[in-house]
Design a protein around this ligand. Structure first.
Ligand code: KIV
Length: 258
């Protein structure tokens, strides 16, 4: 049975952790799905890991939908969530409805994710949820605001900043998100938010007390040429792939293959 947003909420109630990853194409998505992840995010980090942009900002809605359609075709079990790219939803709730509607109708997404909280995004989330579109929130370090933050810095490090993130998370829950990503915040803050909310928190650099964890799959597989300090690689595919391709080149050039 395919995983639903309600099931993710039940996992929190049962004290079971949610395992989430990102994906950007069919092959990867089908492997991740068969490995048993709960949630696959077509994250806008694909701007960097699949398209070679420096940040997530240049990514367009058309570009992410192209990848989301491929991911969707590879997934049978996991919940597929599509990120709304920078400037595809910030202008107004109506713009967000149009972008999220395309993610569900054209790419077959089961939910969308958007960054930010109080107050503008809270109104947008409420509008999307009223329209029947499940939304995953995202607070803390929200990479689409990298220029406002002055870099990919840890957020919520002062008492005022951490209180504000807690307020944002509560406001997003009240607006109807089914879950919330907490990125690059102190682990005590991850714990505080996870205890306050009834919906699941999914952390990335937010400590071990979140209700689930998400990793960018390029980091998890050791494919990235750079990764944030909180990421973990479970295998070094960068090295494995390089060695395999070098061996292939040698065998071709030495007439050993085929
Ligand atoms: O786009 C992405 O990969 C994300 C993760 C940081 C969760 O939003």
């Amino acid at each position: 049975m395919a995983i639903t947003t309600q099931q993710l909420i039940r996992l929190k109630q049962q004290g079971k952790a949610i395992a989430a990853v990102t994906a950007w194409d069919y092959l990867l998505a089908s492997l991740l799905d068969q490995a048993g992840v709960d949630l696959i995010l077509v994250g806008d980090s694909l701007a960097m890991v699949a398209l070679g942009y420096d940040t997530t900002l240049p990514l367009t809605l058309d570009e992410i939908l192209h990848h989301a359609k491929a991911v969707r075709r590879g997934v049978k079990q996991a919940l597929v969530v599509v990120d709304l790219p920078f400037m595809s939803y910030q202008e107004s709730p109506e713009q967000a409805i149009r972008a999220a509607g395309r993610a569900l109708k054209e790419a077959g997404a089961q939910a969308v994710k958007l960054e930010g909280g109080y107050p503008a995004m809270v109104a947008t989330v409420a509008r999307l949820v009223q329209a029947g579109i499940p939304v995953l929130g995202h607070v803390g370090l929200t990479p689409q605001s990298v220029h406002q933050f002055g870099g990919y810095r840890k957020q919520g490090t002062s008492p005022e900043a951490s209180d504000r993130i807690v307020e944002e998370a509560i406001a997003l829950e009240q607006a109807g998100v089914f879950g919330i990503i907490l990125e690059h915040i102190p682990s005590e803050l991850g714990l505080r938010i996870s205890q306050k909310l009834t919906i699941p928190t999914i952390g990335i650099g937010a400590g071990p007390h979140c209700d689930g964890q998400v990793l960018v799959t390029a980091d998890l597989l050791g494919l990235s040429d750079w990764q944030p300090p909180f990421a973990k690689s479970y295998v070094n595919l960068r090295e494995t792939v390089t060695q395999a391709v070098q061996t292939y080149c040698t065998e071709v050039r030495e007439h050993k293959f085929p």
